[in-house]
Design a protein around this ligand. Structure first.
Ligand code: HEC
Ligand code: HEC
Ligand code: HEC
Length: 123
C-alpha cells in the first residue's frame, strides 16, 4: 500500500523545489522602493500611502494653492512642509530609488516633475 504519510510531504517538497525559481523570479521583479532613514513612518499609514499617495498630493496642492493653507504637518514630533519636493522628497530623498522604482514598474509617468524641481545631481 501507499504510505500517504511520506508521499504527501514528499510531493509538497517536490512541488516547492520545482517551482522555487518561479517564486524567486517574481520576488526579484517587484519594485523595492528605498526606505527613508529620517523617519520610521510616513505622513499616514503605509498601506494608505501605497494606494492613495496621489490623492493626498492633490489635496496638499489644493490646500497650499487654493486656500493658502501651508500649515506644516508633524511626523514623530518633527515638522515637515506640505510640499512635494520639500515634504515628500525631504524623507524620500532619492526620487529615482523611490518614486521611479514603482512608477517604472507600473508604467506610470506622473508629469509633476515637468515643473517641480528635480535634483539633477542624482541622475
Ligand atoms: C517624515 C518622513 C516622510 C515624509 C514627509 C513622507 N514619507 Fe512616505 N514614507 C516614509 C517612511 C518611513 C515610509 C516607510 C514606512 C514603512 O516601512 O512602513 C514611507 C512609505 C511611503 C510609501 C509606501 C512605500 C512602500 O514601500 O510601499 C509611499 C508610496 C510614500 N511613502 C509616499 C510618500 C509621499 C507621496 C509623500 C508626500 C506626500 C511622503 N511619502 C512623505 C516617510 C515619509
Ligand atoms: C509603492 C510603489 C510606489 C511608490 C513608492 C510611489 N508611487 Fe506614485 N504611483 C504608484 C502607482 C502604482 C501609481 C498608479 C496608480 C493608479 O493609476 O491608480 C502611482 C501614481 C502616482 C501619481 C498619479 C499619476 C497619474 O498619472 O495618475 C502621482 C502624482 C504619484 N504616483 C506620485 C508619487 C510620488 C511623488 C512618489 C515619491 C515621493 C511616488 N508616487 C512613489 C506607485 C508608487
Ligand atoms: C504646470 C506646472 C506644474 C505641474 C505639471 C505640477 N505642478 Fe505642482 N505646483 C506648480 C506651482 C507653480 C506650484 C506653486 C509653488 C508654490 O507656490 O509653492 C505648485 C505647487 C504644488 C504643491 C504645493 C506646494 C509644494 O511646494 O509642493 C503640491 C503638493 C504640488 N504642486 C503637487 C504636484 C503634483 C503631485 C503634480 C503632478 C501630479 C504637480 N504638482 C504638477 C506647478 C506645477
Amino acid at each position: 500500500m501507499y504510505d500517504a504519510g511520506k508521499i504527501i510531504p514528499g510531493l509538497v517538497v517536490f512541488v516547492a523545489l520545482v517551482t522555487f525559481p518561479i517564486w524567486r523570479g517574481v520576488a526579484d521583479d517587484l519594485p523595492k522602493p528605498e526606505k527613508p532613514t529620517k523617519a520610521r513612518q510616513c505622513v499616514t499609514d503605509t498601506a494608505t500611502m501605497r494606494k492613495d499617495h496621489m490623492v493626498l498630493l492633490n489635496k496638499w496642492r489644493d490646500e497650499a494653492l487654493r486656500t493658502g493653507d501651508r500649515t506644516p504637518f508633524v511626523v514623530e514630533g518633527k515638522k515637515y512642509k506640505k510640499s512635494l519636493m520639500l515634504g515628500c522628497l525631504n524623507c524620500h530623498e532619492d526620487k529615482k530609488k523611490f518614486c521611479d522604482e514603482c512608477h517604472v514598474y507600473a508604467s506610470v509617468r506622473p508629469y509633476c516633475w515637468d515643473c517641480h524641481y528635480e535634483p539633477k545631481e542624482k541622475f
